[in-house]
Write a protein that binds this ligand. Structure first.
Ligand SMILES: [Zn+2]
Length: 276
């Protein structure tokens, strides 16, 4: 089953939403358009062992031009909006469909493990109780079922039942927003927070590592993995929890005001840590 997961708006620009946010920083894409990313990994074999190869992502925006299907009712013709223009549908039809079945491609060589979509994948459009078209969530569910077929692993060998389904190739669908206003705010403020977060992190980790080195260099207690892994992780979490979030600000906060707010929080933390 496709699992849908809501992310915090404040995480926009990092993790699953990184490529979508980058796309907005590099291109003028209106907030009414949705951006999606598909993440593909080498198909694991039946024992769960991953094949060699690097994961990759495909990111696309919706076209922004609504597509309608004309539906004839008993008395009237009605137009129903369908998903052809949506970002997920763009990726499925522009990038994935032609790869299906080809060696080394989808889903024989690669499978989708997660999808990020700024706004949740759309449901099927209905008119008077009749389904008109597949929505994006249904299309993703079909991809999950396709990639779960064992025939991609065992060929058509009847001894190995090619018609059974694997249960370890599910797709997780992450999303952050419910409106274009929220996308617009995040696009405006995420880069500001991102920049200050990284600056503060670099200054703090430099400070912590130097003081750790000064205190413990040469001693038996000196722990490289603490210094180079645990300490950066803790520092990142500290920065993340200390810096104000835009979702806690008044609506309409400008990027200048938000920048000032973040900068003074960053300065205060740095001062406090330097004086320890
Ligand atoms: Zn859709």
């Amino acid at each position: 089953m496709v699992v849908e997961i809501d992310l915090s708006e404040d995480e926009y620009g990092s993790g699953f939403s990184q490529q979508a946010c980058n796309e907005r920083e590099q291109n003028p894409i209106s907030p009414q358009r949705n951006i999606a990313t598909f993440h593909l990994v080498p198909r694991p074999d039946l024992t769960g062992t991953k094949a060699p190869g690097n994961p990759y992502t495909i990111t696309r925006a919706s076209t922004g031009i609504g597509v309608y299907e004309v539906v004839s009712g008993r008395r009237i013709e009605t137009e129903v909006k369908i998903n052809i223009s949506h970002s997920e549908s763009q990726i499925i039809y522009q990038d994935l469909k032609e790869k299906i079945g080809a060696d080394g491609q989808f889903p024989k060589g690669y499978v989708i493990d997660w999808i990020y979509t700024e706004r949740p994948a759309c449901p099927d459009p209905y008119l008077s109780g009749r389904k008109i078209h597949d929505g994006c969530l249904t299309e993703i569910t079909k991809l999950e079922r396709l990639q779960s077929e064992r025939r991609w692993d065992v060929g058509t060998n009847p001894d190995m039942n090619p018609y059974a389904y694997r249960n370890d190739l599910g797709i997780k669908v992450y999303s952050s927003f419910t409106s274009s206003t929220a996308i617009s705010t995040a696009t405006n403020l995420a880069p500001v927070r991102h920049e200050i977060k990284h600056q503060l992190f670099r200054k703090l980790i430099d400070l912590y590592q130097k003081s750790y080195d000064a205190a413990d260099a040469g001693s038996e207690e000196y722990d490289h993995s603490y210094r180079d892994e645990q300490l950066p992780r803790d520092t990142w979490n500290l920065v993340e929890t200390t810096l104000p979030r835009w979702t806690s600000q008044d609506t309409g906060v400008t990027s200048e005001v938000f920048h000032q707010l973040l900068q003074s929080a960053a300065d205060a933390l740095l001062r406090q840590e330097r004086n320890k």
